[in-house]
Write a protein that binds this ligand. Sequence first.
Ligand code: VG1
Ligand code: CO
Length: 544
Amino acid sequence: SAIRVVPTTPFEGQKPGTSGLRKTVSVFRKPHYLENFVQAIFDAVPGRQGATLVLGGDGRFHNKTAIQTILRMAAANGIARVLVGRDGLLSTPGASCVIRARQAWGGIILSASHNPGGPDGDFGIKFNPSNGGPAPERITDAIFERTGTISEYCILDTPEVDLSTLGETLVDDMVVEVIDPVADYAALMETLFDFDAIRGLFQGGFRMCFDGMHAVTGPYATEILENRLGAPKGTVINGVPLDDFGEGHPDPNLVHAHDLVEKLFATDGAPDMGAASDGDGDRNMILGRRFYVTPSDSLAVLTLNAAHAPGYARGLAGVARSMPTSRAPDRVAQLLGIDCYETPTGWKFFGTLLDAGKATLCGEESFGTGSDHVREKDGLWAVLFWLNLVAATGQTVEALVRDMWAKVGRIYYTRHDYEELPSRIAETLMDDLRASLGGLFGTAHGGRTVMLADDFAYTDPVDGSKASKQGVRVLFDDGARIVYRLSGTGTAGATLRVYIERPEDDPARQDMDTQAALADLIATADALAGIQQRTGRDGPTVVT
Ligand code: VG1
Ligand code: CO
């Protein structure tokens, strides 16, 4: 059918944040809103003619509608083949895997990750180029720039494509191939981990609970854990993706994954291990029996024990963590004699290190862990890695963490989020904090002296690209640290994140409650930025 060229005008604010463009569903339903952004991708990224595109999302409300629109636009823009997950589903790491396995030009992933879904929830879109990773800033900047000048987009008037059955159909002369969203991904996992050993673990009565949080990981976890690894039916809970995530908040942490937390912290009959993933399947939370593993510690434990997993037995080139992540991975890296890189928040900053073979494992404090097997963080991968370690060492989750603490010390760590603050208050707070940095060096706070106070700036060691204003960090003489930054993924007001940590090397003092162990530093964090006084809040909205 004939290509229709639709006149349009730019929308303000189509700027991708930490991970793609995220707005409320109501914004994405505005006429031309999605179309403008998709056309900007096609215009800004060279090479689409005759190329293969991967397409899928986390199944949230508006996913299916958006996919039909993007298929019509892809055909009108000269894409030759689209690989789309059955029912429009692809997890973020699943999409990364398919982009790489099928050597696609890139992928469009529809997700607002851990943000709530449904008609009143959030929606999002991101572009991953051919390495399978989040677009680096030079690409997101080019896309954003294009959204500011766009005057038309191209689309076809073709009927809806049936996405429920595997196989190929045509949209005009573009091939749409509906693929099993799990197949390539599950095959990759079998090459990385010792599936026989994990199967043996389950046969021996090991019990785990995986909470899919009604989001995209359900089908992946059911296939891999229950079907391929023989975990008992029912190991996966909330495993069917719903377009409103069961009205939940698909964020795997102690606050939102309450079904799972209740089971793992039960006095009687708690399973040996618990895990959860987020809306688009790239985050993970790991729990032992009545034991919570901080994401920073999780990265440190995986790094320390990587050689037990077949995919990493060759050793690690290096490890990378985002700046606000605790320094536990640095300590393990030092013990192992490998490099540890510190990058700004957001998985896009790990891409060059992974591509260049400088880092093998990466992680963020925000429940993100991954490796060079794909170019996104990967929730289920982390769960399988932990299962592999438990199977290979015969140790419990808790024992693996304690063993790491015994070797490199414990770092008490917490993140306090102040959500939906008026943007002006949050921005003024950060501006004033930045302005105060010059005078902070050498000052004393609650018995600690400031050794460094700056606004984190980063120069990529591989391609030299620069990023500035990535978060205010204050380091103290005892190794304690406070970091402040504003979230780049929210859709309402501003979210202030405060990251607080201190090392504890004395084994006799490694068993305290985290909030108690950090109480004085939490007070310092408030005093330095005037959080309570400026926001009028008594405390954070979410503590992780
Ligand atoms: C948050 C996390 C960050 C993560 C990002 C995307 O960003 O802090 O570590 O990479 O979400 O994760 P921010 O800017 O809100 O702090 V996901 O699972 O939402 O794609
Ligand atoms: Co996510």
